[in-house]
Design a protein around this ligand. Structure first.
Ligand code: DP6
Length: 349
């Protein structure tokens, strides 16, 4: 017999960034973060997990290519889910799995991203959220999405926020085993559905410094990082929660841009310095700052993760189409730059 489960999970974009761990093994952050989960039709992972008595070892395929499951992160997600597995009965198929059987049964995992992995857009957040959720479904795990988020977190910190749609906060937690460092939904996607997210793919090259090693170097060498985590982020989190709850775009945009800029300042403050943005990224920041100045108050927010690609959040569809026109004018594809744009919530351009 063969038993399968499939799930789909979108990626998320942090507007208050996670950068730095206080516990590397458990993936516990040094500050709280807030993100927006994207529409699953655009940037998401789809994962099918299967179990059969004929499988002789755990195996995984990513976009059709087999990958090694040796990494500690996969193993720790699998182990945590197995520990919570329950009995599964399917009379029709003659399947009777006792919870203690899960320890010796092996799984096969096939995961696909619906966007090119080569585009340099974060895929680990969607990937590990989807892995935790689909395995939990297969093994009849009863934990809710909050508890599952702590398992996805063991795969990649930012993955915990993809267990929920809309606006999500990753709380730091206090207990030593990290079980209370989970994601909570601040508001659903319906709460503020005027917002449009545009991702400008500035470079499709793989990033040179991974988030994991970049943040480790920042924790070790940047004093700005520690100042930020203690003195800046706690009040920004409160202000951001309020801005989201009141749909106050001006405050939302100011905080989002300031936090992205401070995160990249921390990268520069790291020794040796880490450069994630490039000239095109800087030109996009200028374009948005000028547009906002011209309008008298922010209409567009920008944020950059550990790479040069811009994530632009427009106040509404009208602003989004104006912004796209400008982007295409200043960065005309295919010549001039590598920039292509994806308009989320609409057809890809
Ligand atoms: C800049 O979650 O990829 O995107 O926990 O080591 O897997 P690990 O790091 P990861 O870091 C994401 C960093 C970021 C900011 C964010 O998403 O909050």
């Amino acid at each position: 017999w063969l038993l399968m489960a499939t799930a789909r999970s979108p990626t998320n974009i942090a507007v208050i960034k996670y950068w730095g761990k206080r516990d590397e093994a458990l993936i516990l952050p040094i500050n709280e973060s807030i993100s927006i989960t994207l529409d699953p039709d655009h940037l998401s992972a789809t994962t099918t997990v299967a179990v059969s008595p004929s499988f002789d070892r755990d195996r995984m395929w990513l976009n059709g290519k087999e990958i090694s499951l040796d990494g500690g992160r996969f193993q720790s997600c699998l182990r945590e889910i197995r520990r919570r597995a329950e009995d599964v009965e399917d009379e029709k198929k003659g399947i009777h799995i006792r919870k203690e059987d899960w320890e010796r049964l092996h799984v096969h995992i096939a995961s696909y991203n619906n966007f090119p992995t080569a585009a340099g857009l974060a895929s680990s957040a969607a990937g590990f959220a989807c892995l935790a959720f689909s395995l939990a479904k297969l093994m009849n795990v009863k934990e809710d999405c909050g508890e599952l988020s702590a398992i996805a977190r063991r795969g990649s910190g930012s993955a915990c926020r993809s267990l929920f749609g809309g606006f999500v906060k990753w709380t730091m937690g206090n207990v030593a085993d990290g079980s209370d460092s989970t994601a909570v939904q601040l508001a659903s996607e319906a709460h503020w559905d005027d917002l449009v997210v545009i991702i400008a793919v500035v470079s499709s090259r793989q990033k040179e410094t991974s988030s994991t090693s970049g943040m480790r170097e920042s924790v070790e060498t940047s004093s700005l990082l520690h100042y930020r985590a203690k003195e800046v982020v706690p009040s920004r989190i409160l202000q951001m929660e309020k801005a989201i709850s009141c749909r106050d775009f001006a405050t939302f945009a100011k905080l989002t841009c300031a936090d992205s800029n401070q995160f990249h300042a921390v990268c520069l403050d790291t020794s040796p310095p880490i450069f994630y943005m490039n000239d095109t990224s800087h030109r996009i920041i200028n374009l948005v700052e000028k547009l906002n100045q011209f309008e008298g108050e922010p209409q567009v927010a920008y944020t950059f993760d550990a790479g040069p690609n811009a994530v632009l959040i427009a106040k509404n569809r009208k602003t989004a189409s104006l912004l796209l026109q400008r982007l295409l004018f200043y960065f005309p594809p295919p010549t001039g730059s590598e920039l292509t744009s994806y308009l989320l919530g609409d057809k890809s351009i």
